[in-house]
Design a protein around this ligand. Structure first.
Ligand code: SF4
Length: 246
């Protein structure tokens, strides 16, 4: 599946902090395969300082299988917001078993925060940015505390703010690796087919992108995959990629 180990890329280091300059690493990995990007992330910071963040959504298995080929023990952070579909929770468990993922960490919002700020579970409607902050952004901040770098599955073809993402970027004091930045929709589909990956249970019923229940709807054929997220609102991102994690 992956091209792990096909190349050992030179990674310029800075004296301080102890991480390479993101732009230089991005330049070195510009033409690397997704597996090479993940392997480089492991070499750069070490597995114990690296995490992959996955929503276990409709395209997540592609990144997870590439990661599992490189190292199935890389910690995987899953943000269990309290509003996820049961099908997504089941898909997480299916992929853990199918891919042999060894360290998936389901992270929830703090009960105290939920009681204080969303006691009636209506924040998603009245203030979705605040809802995403307490259910996604803050839990991710806490979950990433032990890590120096993280991997995620955004693609440029998703458009919007994602259209110009680099392969490696600076995220506060961390490095952020985007192994699928230049991967096409067809290549994602090819990874699914080659590895015989099970689809997300909701994909067959018209959900091209799956997030939280209240903020996810089916997409029509003429819409972008993420068109069903936060339908009717200007919001297109939950904030975990638009807020520095440190
Ligand atoms: Fe809340 Fe919706 Fe954001 Fe989920 S996606 S955290 S329900 S606003």
């Amino acid at each position: 599946m992956s091209d792990l180990g096909q190349s050992v890329l030179a990674e310029p280091m800075t004296a301080a902090p102890d991480l390479p300059v993101a732009a230089e690493l991005d330049h070195a990995l510009r033409n690397a395969t997704p597996a090479e990007v993940i392997a480089s992330a492991v070499r750069t910071v070490g597995r114990e300082r690296l995490a992959l963040v996955s929503s276990f959504g409709t395209e997540s298995a592609a990144l997870l299988v590439v990661m599992a080929d490189v190292d199935p023990a890389i910690p995987v952070i899953f943000l269990d917001t309290g509003w996820l579909f049961e099908e997504t929770l089941a898909y997480r468990d299916t992929l853990i078993a199918t891919l042999g993922l060894r360290d998936v960490r389901s992270v929830k919002p703090l009960e105290e925060t939920l009681r204080r700020e969303d006691a009636n579970r209506e924040l998603w409607f009245s203030d979705p940015d605040a809802c995403c902050r307490i259910r996604k952004v803050e839990p991710l901040q806490r979950a990433l505390a032990p890590f120096s770098a993280w991997i995620n599955g955004r693609k440029r073809f998703q458009g919007g703010l994602r259209a110009t993402i680099p392969v490696v970027e600076e995220d506060g004091k961390r490095l952020k690796f985007n192994p699928f930045a230049k991967t096409s929709r067809e290549q994602i589909a090819a990874i699914y087919a080659a590895a015989k990956l099970p689809p997300h249970p909701l994909a067959a019923s018209g959900f091209l992108s799956v997030g939280c229940m209240p903020c996810t709807s089916r997409t029509s054929e003429d819409e972008d995959a993420r068109g069903g997220r936060w339908r009717g609102r200007a919001k297109t991102e939950c904030g975990i990629h638009t807020t520095k994690t440190a």
